[in-house]
Design a protein around this ligand. Structure first.
Ligand code: SF4
Length: 446
């Protein structure tokens, strides 16, 4: 729970010396409470106060890093129950489990499939961002071989085995890649804590329910372990969702440090459609890592899409650059459509133009990332603004005709735009799905 400014103030020297750049200690405390300053800006704060402030101001859910380098995965450090309260910050790790019982050919095929699980949506690249190797054989050698093969993916790894000795063998080679060790239980906790501390890797802890999980986490914390992930996979989806929600709620609302860690869920549901639906729900309700046995593109894409949608900041719509874009082999006679710089709107229109195979220009207006109707209703997409764009050098230098296609939803703008710009205004379809037909018929005869 965030400290209030007055609580912080009580721990400061109260000399108002201004060395921190603030006029008073109280002003500095207020900045600290708003996370606009850091404690080390005050050179005179006592060690005891530092300890107290550092502990109390730690995030309610710890940020845990898995992997190293540019592909490392950071999970946790979330601050709200619901995205609309502020934002979710660290997208869930979505990954595929690989059993070490696969023969060489099947192992290679699975890894190749995982490597190809990459998609571009609304201009953003997304992909399976973690991989789990399961010691299903119960033997050391196949496990080491599968980990070696999976390491070629250069993704953060989850090493899943009940055998500390097998994990230790693998970690001797791969500890530098900071894999997540999975998973300590009541019977293996001490050995797994030793493993995690020896190799400086994050550790997953699991138990049949949260009541049994809490004392295990307490023991790990008491042993000095900080980077912990909680595996809360339960026997049914409802129980798993309950556990995920309870962990988030207890961490944020009750400041319960023993549950202040990101959660991991595994999903082995056989029916792929049900598996995908469950994974999407886990991403939405609050899993930090979701591991599935599915590996087909059409199965992973919906899960990654849910994650992408949830983990964009609702206060900052994803935007594309406002400019004149050419789709296909355009000429100066090609049609010109206008739309807004809301990423989803632009890529929907661009996709339909591309599919129509009619080369066209798309003029993107800066509407602060809002969609067509929202922009029009809030005066961010006005006839004056569109007219200024149409008569700009950017458009004049590339388009020789004077006919513009506006979205069907803002047909009411057509008269004003014609007067303002001197251009002929064609009202396009209301839905992007009608663009192809419009270009091939209405535009062709205009
Ligand atoms: Fe107060 Fe420390 Fe700032 Fe001085 S440097 S005004 S003691 S908070």
């Amino acid at each position: 729970m965030a400290l209030k400014a007055l609580d912080i103030f009580k721990l400061l020297p109260k000399t108002n010396c201004k060395k921190c750049g603030c006029p008073t200690c109280l002003a500095f405390a207020m900045k600290l409470a708003q996370k606009q300053a850091s404690l080390d800006q005050c050179p005179d704060v006592s060690e005891a106060s530092k300890l107290e402030l550092a502990g109390a101001s730690a995030p309610p859910i710890r940020l845990v890093t898995i992997g190293d380098g540019p592909n490392k995965l950071e999970i946790g450090n979330e601050t709200v129950m619901f995205r609309h309260e502020e934002s979710f910050y660290h997208p869930a790790g979505v990954g595929v489990m690989i059993a070490d019982t696969l023969d060489d050919g099947a192992l290679k095929a699975r890894i190749d499939k995982i490597r190809k699980l990459k998609f571009v949506r609304v201009g953003i690249s997304m992909h399976a961002n973690i991989v789990a190797i399961v010691n299903a054989s119960g033997k050391a050698e196949p496990f080491a071989k599968a980990v070696q093969a999976a390491s070629a993916l250069d993704l953060p790894m989850v090493l899943m085995s009940s055998q500390a000795a097998h994990l230790n063998t693998v970690l001797t080679t791969f500890a530098g890649k900071k894999p997540l060790i999975h998973a300590a239980t009541a019977t293996t906790l001490e050995a797994f804590i030793t493993l995690a501390k020896t190799h400086s890797c994050p550790l997953t802890i699991t138990a049949p329910d949260l009541d049994q999980l809490v004392p295990l986490v307490e023991k790990a914390r008491a042993a000095g372990l900080q980077d912990i992930v909680l595996d809360v996979t339960m026997p049914s989806i409802s129980k798993t969702l309950q556990a995920l929600t309870a962990v988030r709620r207890m961490a944020l609302k009750k400041n319960m440090r023993t549950l202040g860690y990101p959660c991991l869920v595994t999903n082995s549901t056989v029916d792929p459609l049900v598996n995908v639906s469950e994974c999407c729900m886990y991403v939405a309700k609050y899993a930090g890592i979701v591991l599935t046995e599915l590996d087909n593109p059409e199965q992973l894409m919906p899960i990654l899409t849910v994650s992408q949608n949830l983990y964009t900041d609702p206060r900052k719509p994803i935007q594309v650059e406002a400019k004149l874009n050419a789709i296909g082999a355009v000429t100066s006679d090609s049609p010109l459509m206008i739309t807004t710089n809301f990423s989803l709107t632009y890529y929907t229109v661009a996709g339909e133009v591309e599919a129509s195979r009619v080369p066209a220009y798309i003029g993107v207006l800066d509407t602060e990332g809002t969609s067509v109707l929202t922009a029009f209703a809030s005066d961010k997409l006005t006839s004056e603004k569109v007219a200024a764009f149409l008569n700009s050098d950017e458009v004049k230098s590339k388009v020789s005709h004077r006919k513009v296609i506006i979205p069907g939803y803002i047909a009411v703008m057509s008269g004003g735009l014609k007067d303002e710009s001197g251009w002929t205004v064609l009202v396009g379809p209301r839905e992007a799905s009608g663009i192809s037909k419009f270009l091939k018929t209405t535009w062709a005869n205009a």
